[in-house]
Design a binder for this molecule. Structure first.
Ligand code: AHG
Ligand code: MN
Ligand code: MN
Length: 331
């Protein structure tokens, strides 16, 4: 078993950061801490009524917030604020960005989906956290501004996710490959378990909510029929797997090869998933692992955000599979 801890890995990697002032390392350490705290609560969710079920409030997405959405949001905001290294946060659970005015000298902003797959909490299915880190574009020393968050994915300096599954894993990139760390809950330490992760160019798994199939572009339904036929590149039907937690579907496809699709639908004409804190960070990761992410035609990493909670159609995974579905959309 690897004996490299996440802390040691971050310090080792930090030597290569352009401004190795240690701030980026400190951000990753804050996320690690909050991840352990949230993991601890999730692992007893069934017993801890105070974090099960709906919070009785709605977020800007018009989605009923789960208590754990709010709990996780608070934990990550607290962990990132207290060290004075982040000047602001944009979170799925908050209408506007959160300015840390006491941290105006900080150089970084964080975009976060504090709990992805919330609908699965009460039924004990894997959920996750997705995060993205950018350098601010407004002057250091001034209050953070909306433009600091509205940056295309190519401007990210780090991105990753935590998956709270059969084990808790933290997977992240700073642009030098993708590495995965597994939490040993007995001692509260993340160990390097998946070094230099690469995703297969092809896969046998497609992930899409087929309930929407009658309400999305013809190219998408044609691709799904291709996956289900004997006339595809495998010569037999692919496997359909859809968990309802993007992080869990993404993580499985990253390891095994596959494609996750959330297209524009009648109900979600610009797609459901949010560019800043779901699509861009996962796009950074998949590209670093040799895969691909698009909105069906454009590279996710080059889309210029115009709104904090902007949604985009999302096609992500093995490069040959994303190319294939784009071919169906082109016709
Ligand atoms: P979140 O819980 O952060 O709102 O994200 C849920 C997302 C994603 O995790 C999942 O793949 C997708 O919503 C499921 O949407 P449908 O239930 O519409 O398929
Ligand atoms: Mn989400
Ligand atoms: Mn969420």
């Amino acid at each position: 078993m690897s004996i490299t801890t996440l802390g040691e890995f971050i310090l080792e990697e930090q030597k290569d950061f352009p401004d190795s002032s240690g701030e980026l390392s400190s951000i990753l350490s804050s996320i690690r801490l909050a991840g352990k705290i949230v993991s601890n609560q999730i692992n007893k969710a069934g017993l801890a009524q105070h974090i099960m079920g709906a919070a009785g409030s709605e977020n800007i997405q018009g989605e009923a917030q789960q208590k754990l959405d709010v709990y996780a949001d608070n934990q990550f905001i607290k962990a990132l604020k207290v060290r004075g290294i982040v000047c602001g946060i944009a979170s799925e659970e908050n209408d506007d960005f959160i300015a840390f005015n006491e941290n105006n000298d900080a150089k970084y902003v964080v975009m976060i989906d504090p709990l992805d797959g919330s609908s699965n909490i009460d039924v004990n299915v894997s959920v996750g956290t997705i995060f993205s880190v950018c350098k601010r574009v407004s002057p250091v020393g001034s209050p953070v501004e909306l433009r600091d968050f509205l940056q295309p994915g190519i401007q990210q300096v780090a991105a990753g996710y935590i998956i709270f599954g059969s084990s808790t894993m933290l997977v992240y990139t700073t642009g030098k490959g993708v590495n995965g760390f597994t939490l040993d809950p007995g001692i509260g330490v993340f160990f390097l378990s998946h070094p230099a992760m690469k995703t297969p160019k092809n896969g046998k798994i497609y992930s899409i909510n087929e309930g929407n199939i009658k309400h999305c572009a013809d190219g998408v339904s044609e691709y799904v029929r291709y996956c289900q036929s004997d006339q595809n590149d495998l010569g037999k039907p692919y496997t359909g797997r859809y968990i309802g937690s993007l992080v869990a579907d993404f993580h499985r496809n990253l390891l095994k090869g596959g494609i996750y699709i959330y297209p524009s639908t009648k109900e979600a004409p610009t797609g459901k998933l949010r560019l800043l804190y779901e699509c861009s960070p996962l796009a950074f990761l998949i590209e670093q692992a040799g895969g691909k992410a698009s909105n069906g035609q454009d590279r996710i990493m080059e889309i210029q955000p115009t709104k904090l909670h902007q949604r985009v159609p999302f096609f992500i995974g093995s490069v040959n599979m994303v190319d294939k579905v784009e071919g169906f959309l082109d016709t």
